[in-house]
Design a protein around this ligand. Sequence first.
Ligand SMILES: [Zn+2]
Length: 239
Amino acid sequence: MTVHPLPNAADADDDHDDLDTVTELTVGDARGLDAVAAARRVQHVTGVEPSRSFDHDKIERAVRMLLEAIGEDPDRPGIADTPARVAREYDEIFAGLLIDPAEVLSVSFEEAYDEIVMMRDIEFHSMCEHHLVPFTGRAHVAYLPGEDGRVTGLSKLARLVDVCAKRPGLQERMTAMIADSMERALQPRGVMVVVEARHFCMEMRGIRKPGAETVTSTVRGKFRDDPKTRTEALTLLRG
Ligand SMILES: [Zn+2]
């Protein structure tokens, strides 16, 4: 079967202006649909509507060049679609770059709750910004609600961790970002975030230490200043 790029426009007449117009429209629509699909993917994984999108064309060109640079044939059937696949995949694994993490917690409710709220063992997958290979682990997140007793849903805390992980980053910065976002959205009296992770840049290469875990923590407000509250949080955290 022969596929003509624009059979209708070509059949209608030989007017090149018409043909150009139709070509432009077709390209514009294709990009528009791609952008809509990209925004949907981001919203699906973050729960927040993104304000911008990644440059898919540039990602595709870069991945193709990368494959060429290591001596692969980018047109080989097995990997011919890899550049486009990676571009779509980045909408998901780097989705956190496209939204404000505090917005994940924006829906909160007044419960007049005065005790520690803690969620343990929130699994996450992130990407080390030094090597662009994954680091993966669990986060434990606790806060002491502010004077207004404002709290957020537990699923929102899990999503916050996920969104802070979905970017090229460092474990230390991710830990602080989770705490910052909670402080901005909830104005709590205290925040504690502990992150335990395995880094594939240490397991696949370099010092090759399989199974070693890196632990980072951020402790703020009453959890830092009040020894009793701090001990209570640490006890809860250890389960
Ligand atoms: Zn690394």
